[in-house]
Design a protein. Structure first.
Ligand code: NAD
Length: 409
């Protein structure tokens, strides 16, 4: 099953429960625009490489389109469309005035020099600058992209349209970025993990946490949960994993990763493969890397009481069904990782006002938005007797559907 089939299945399940007609379902699922471009790059050695870049704009009924830009060799149209629809439900769920989009280039950023990465980013911006912008579509970082990439996009976009910092979010703080954007997704993941455990009358102190992925999201989630007194017992990245039942010293691990570029071979730990990491007994499993890691093949072997989807699309529907049957509570991606887009919204607001908030205000507003969305989702799940994923889709689709109808078709 492809990424798109998975997200579509969740959509149809919620839409049917809401009684949406087949025509309305088709209207809400069909993307408004799909852009596919050639990105030709002159490599440092003088050779030319050609890549494919995508920007898929799903739905702008509630405001300008918003979504990340991913550099990964496995980026394809199906996946980008699936991620764009997720953004539509996510921005609606946390109630920020945006629609949903996503972009990506089929590229391995690790194989490129910084100069090549800059050239490929500027070339891609040349190709899509007409369809993005502060009132149209605002890209942000995702896997393989970061604040530096956003700075290049802002600069290149400015060559066509003049100084426009609000055309991208997740920029460096020195260049119109927002304090607190970098940590935002991981902080939101940590905050809602604590909120969910509280609801379930579980203690955060000593709760055993396993995290796949130690990039932007995984590392900040680990840091937040470590500070709350949880015990992070296993962590991995694309190069391998580590475990220590007594708990990993997360600040020391972050320093090690800054020096070595991976968690692999971190002292005071044993190695663990990514496959074994996922089935490690724990209180909370947090997939925070790539999509499609929880499948019908490993779902029966997962030994976590709770799963918090920090990554987008980590769970296939067949696995989700197994988790339901086994009583494993899943905090879905559209809710769990919405902290990033929420602080992106705060960055956009600050850029448009030419006024900066301090970090305490950013964190307070983020926590309020996330906890409000969590509370509403929990209420819907309880009153309608559905799982948290279905509840979050019901809320998100409901808001987008109403805006679409009220705006006129
Ligand atoms: P990142 O590039 O900073 O980090 C990704 C991490 O995953 C790295 O540690 C990498 O080594 C690891 N990884 C990659 N392939 C792997 C594999 N096959 N097995 C195990 N680990 C692997 O990316 P990120 O920004 O942290 O994003 C992670 C996930 O969170 C993605 O699914 C992304 O869509 C989602 N997300 C990110 C944000 C954000 O603000 N950055 C917001 C919402 C959702």
């Amino acid at each position: 099953m492809g990424a798109r089939e998975s997200t579509d299945r969740y959509f149809h399940e919620a839409a049917s429960l809401m009684g949406l007609t087949a025509n309305m379902q088709k209207l809400l699922l069909t993307p408004e625009r799909q852009v596919k471009v050639q990105v030709a790059l002159e490599m440092d050695n003088g050779e030319v490489s050609t890549f494919i870049g995508f920007r898929i704009q799903h739905n702008n009924a509630r405001g300008p389109l918003k979504g990340g830009l991913r550099y990964h060799p496995e980026v394809d149209e199906d996946e980008v469309l699936s991620l764009a629809t997720l953004m539509t439900w996510k921005t609606a769920l946390v109630n920020i005035p945006y629609g949903g989009a996503k972009g990506g280039i089929q590229i391995n950023a690790n194989d490129l020099s910084p100069a090549e990465l800059e050239r490929v980013t500027r070339k891609f911006t040349d190709e899509i600058h007409d369809v993005i912008g502060p009132d149209k579509d605002i890209p942000a970082p995702d896997m393989g992209t970061n604040a530096q990439v956003m700075a290049w996009i802002m600069n290149q976009y400015g060559k066509y349209h003049g100084f426009t910092p609000a055309c991208v979010t997740g920029k460096p703080v020195e260049l119109h970025g927002a304090d607190g954007r970098e940590e935002a997704t991981g902080r939101g993941v940590g905050l809602l993990t604590v909120a969910m455990l509280e609801k379930m009358k579980e203690k955060i102190i000593g709760a055993e946490i396993v995290i796949q992925g130690f990039g932007n999201v995984g590392s900040f989630a680990a840091q937040y949960l470590h500070n709350q007194g949880a015990t992070i017992i296993a962590v991995s990245d694309a190069f391998g994993g580590i475990k220590n039942e007594k708990g990993i010293n997360i600040p020391a691990l972050a320093e090690y990763v800054a020096e070595n570029g991976t968690v692999k071979d971190y002292p005071e730990s044993e190695p663990v493969s990514n496959e074994d990491l996922l089935v490690t007994p724990c209180t909370v499993l947090i997939p925070a890397a790539i999509g499609g890691v929880l499948t019908k093949d490993n779902a029966s072997h997962i030994q976590a009481k709770y799963i918090v989807e920090a990554a987008n699309n980590p769970t296939y529907p067949e696995a989700d069904d197994i988790f339901d049957q086994r009583g494993i509570t899943v905090l879905p991606d559209v809710l769990a990782n919405a902290g990033g887009v929420t602080v992106s919204y705060f960055e956009w607001v600050q850029n448009r006002q030419y006024f900066s908030w301090d970090i305490d205000k950013v964190r307070d507003e983020l926590d309020k938005k996330m906890l409000d969305a969590f509370k509403r989702t929990w209420e819907v799940a309880t009153t309608k007797k559905v799982n948290l994923r279905l509840a979050s889709y019901l809320l998100g689709i409901g808001r987008v559907g109403r805006a679409t109808v009220m705006g006129g078709i």
